[in-house]
Design a protein around this ligand. Structure first.
Ligand code: HEM
Length: 489
């Protein structure tokens, strides 16, 4: 998630005890509003007065984000990254939005210094696991982690395979422009369907049937609408505003109610049918002693499902489109799959787990060039440090420009921006330890990293076994992102 996503997540949080606000008297609402306005004014005055000087006392360069460029940061973060590059070249710089400032790092050297001797790091916002830190984070993760271990991902591999086959059949039925042995698939749209089927299934197990899928799609639309208010609304960034009985507040309340109802219904269905589902084990953490709060439970599932469906879908679509642009690599990968399957005693788990295959290199290269987010979640340093010759005081919020880190020529060579999966055959992971952000900085905090890899690999194997993927010539009715799936003989 990026820092902006976190701001949205914060906006989507329920505000305990305010649900009845719409029903309170006008006078008390007015008193509340006045009080909140005063508080908002006081808080607005406290931006962070970040100053980073180099050894000669020269301040770090600052990139100011106006409201226009804020929209660019949301919808075209690489553009902001390019502005930063133009401004500060190889040096770190400060990004300023209103009164808030964050230091942007973008080389392996910067990241190494950032992590050196640092008990890292304070997260800044929210209740979902991606926005927590310290003990709270460990508690929430201790309940979710077992459902997403490497082994757990391999256990659900057969059901992933079934879902991928079903997905391909749906594409066949849905595609309006099929020819003999040929499907035209709009990859960005079609790739969203698969994770929406598979990721929730990994959590709700067999309770997630067609009916639940339809309900989840409906909740996701309400969530999308609430998110839209948060993104485009002028006042929604102020916490006090979100406590007022506005249409956007009502939309948020509706989302929170529906999301909670959906999740409780999944648990109820599983209990009634006697199904052992991962959600039930995780829910044991929601105890009266508040080991994990209901908000943390619901928001972590929200992050897992809604945010990560989009991420996984866009990586999958990127992979497919790169395979069409690199037919030689596609052919070699296809041959690898056929050869693996022809081996005596072939075991799909082993092939999926191996890290020296073209299939694995494809996954590494795709996330390198199409990362989950273009800027990392802000984290604060806990001690003073020197990064790229600048003195960075403790408690400085830091974000990483993932686009630049993942393509930096010092780590990746002069063709760092190009798609060449085989580069990983001659690189040891130590060589890109600090220069590659895939599932998080260095260690990879992503809860779904094992599952995401299994899903991507199963999808690619299943598609390539059946189809050769080609570009579609631009013509009337052909959209950007359309790909031709040609049936193999
Ligand atoms: C190709 C697919 C994916 C990529 C590239 C990806 C990448 C990431 C990244 C970079 C982070 C931020 C880590 C950090 O803050 O240091 C993250 C966090 C997270 N991801 Fe993923 N992710 C993917 C798929 C998934 C899936 C399928 C799930 C579903 C379970 C998932 C669940 C999460 C959660 C819950 C977090 C927050 C973890 C925490 O901070 O404790 N991700 N992911």
């Amino acid at each position: 998630m990026n820092p902006i996503d976190h701001a949205f997540i914060a906006l989507l949080r329920p505000f305990g005890g305010t649900e009845g606000l719409a029903h309170t008297s006008r006078l008390s609402v007015l008193a509340c509003v006045i009080g909140l306005l005063i508080l908002a004014f006081v808080f607005r005055r406290n931006g962070n007065k970040l100053k980073c000087l180099d050894m000669d006392g020269v301040p770090m360069k600052e990139l100011g984000i106006s409201s226009t460029s804020k929209t660019a940061m949301l919808f075209q973060p690489p553009l902001i990254s390019k502005h930063g590059e133009k401004l500060a070249h190889d040096e770190p710089y400060i990004i300023r939005s209103g009164k808030h400032r964050e230091v942007v790092l973008h080389t392996a050297e910067h990241v190494r210094e950032f992590l050196r001797n640092d008990a890292k790091a304070d997260r800044l916002l929210g209740q979902c696991v991606g926005a927590l830190n310290g003990k709270k984070w460990r508690v929430v993760r201790s309940y979710f982690d077992p459902a997403y271990s490497h082994n757990a991902s391999l256990v659900i591999l057969p059901s992933f395979q079934n879902e991928v086959v079903k997905w391909l059949n749906t594409l066949k039925n849905d595609s309006l422009r099929t020819g003999v042995g040929r499907l035209v698939v709009h990859a960005p749209t079609s790739c969203k369907i698969l994770p929406l089927r598979v990721i929730p299934q990994s959590f709700y197990g067999e309770a997630y049937d067609d009916d639940a899928y339809t309900k989840l799609v409906r909740v996701s639309q309400i969530q999308g609408q609430a998110l839209k208010y948060a993104v485009t609304g002028r006042w929604q960034k102020y916490r006090w505003f979100n406590m007022l009985p506005t249409p956007s507040r009502r939309q948020l309340d509706r989302y929170h109610q529906d999301w909670q109802a959906f999740n409780l219904e999944m648990l109820e269905t599983a209990r009634k049918k006697g199904l052992a589902i991962p959600a039930e084990n995780v829910f044991k953490g929601v105890q009266p002693d508040d080991a994990m709060s209901m908000d943390q439970y619901l928001q972590t599932i929200d992050e897992m499902i809604f945010t990560n469906i989009d991420i996984t879908a866009s990586v999958l679509a990127f992979m497919l489109s790169k395979l069409t642009k690199h037919p030689d690599f596609q052919q070699k990968l296809y041959e690898e799959i056929v050869a693996q399957k022809a081996e005596e005693g072939f075991n799909l788990n082993n092939y999926i787990t191996r890290q020296t295959t073209l299939l694995h290199y494809l996954c590494l290269e795709s996330v390198r060039l199409r990362p989950a987010t273009w800027f990392s979640v802000p984290e604060c340093t806990t001690i003073d440090k020197v990064i790229g010759r600048y003195k960075i005081p403790a408690q400085t919020p830091i974000i990483i420009d993932v686009r630049r880190l993942n393509t930096n020529a010092l780590t990746w060579g002069p063709d760092g921006a190009e798609f060449r999966p085989e580069r990983f055959a001659s690189l040891s992971p130590n060589e890109y330890r600090y220069g590659y952000m895939r599932f998080g900085v260095v260690s990879g905090k992503c809860l779904g990293k094992h599952m995401a890899v299994v899903l991507m690999k199963v999808a690619i194997i299943t598609v390539l076994e059946r189809y050769k993927i080609e570009e579609v010539e631009m013509n009337i009715g052909v959209k950007d992102g359309d790909l031709a799936f040609i049936k193999r003989k």
